[in-house]
Ligand binder design. Structure first.
Ligand code: CMP
Length: 163
């Protein structure tokens, strides 16, 4: 088991080194429960694929409360926290890792402002959402948040799908 984990970690490190040289990075994305309910998964994934982002990993899961609380730990105590955690645990979500040049910034620009009422037309939230909690999609906002968030939902082996 140790050997497998070490192999996974080494793989991730090698990828990071190559990615840094090429300007390639990874982004972590959650399609919130309404995406499956409203049949919007294909439309949203299609936008990322057409942009040129590569889907490195993708799975459907009903998230346990502890993982959602870990994801949103910086929002603990805020007025919207309880509603957000309830919503994110209410039904299945799609978890994704995508890869490409400046992937974190590209994905954030494609999804638009947190409040869909203020998100620009042409963005995913601007075109397809209106509610602030149910704003369809979550994405990491920095390399640091990518590293923290992706490890809550994916193990090392899943992040090295070609090995
Ligand atoms: P997300 O990108 O998932 O990160 C935190 C989430 O909190 C955010 O999207 C919104 O769905 C939700 N949220 C609800 N109200 C607010 C608010 N006033 N400010 C920021 N986030 C909010």
């Amino acid at each position: 088991m140790d050997g497998v984990l070490r192999q996974g970690e080494a793989c991730l490190d090698i990828l990071k080194q190559e990615d840094a040289e090429m300007g390639v990075e990874r982004s972590f994305i959650i399609l919130k429960p309404s995406c499956l309910k409203r049949g919007l998964v294909g439309e949203i994934i299609s936008r990322f694929e057409k942009k040129g982002l590569k889907i490195l990993q993708l799975k459907i899961a009903k998230l346990p409360r502890e993982k959602v609380e870990e994801l949103y730990q910086q929002h603990l105590g805020k007025p919207f926290y309880d509603e957000l955690v309830s919503f994110m645990t209410s039904d299945r979500v799609v978890l994704m890792v995508v890869e490409g040049r400046d992937a974190i910034g590209v994905v954030r620009r494609m999804i638009g402002a947190t409040d869909p009422a203020e998100a620009s037309p042409g963005t995913i939230r601007g075109d397809l959402a209106l509610d602030k909690t149910d704003n369809l999609i979550h994405a990491c906002d920095s390399p640091e948040s990518y590293e923290r968030e992706v490890r809550i939902f994916f193990d090392e082996k899943e992040l090295c799908p070609d090995t």
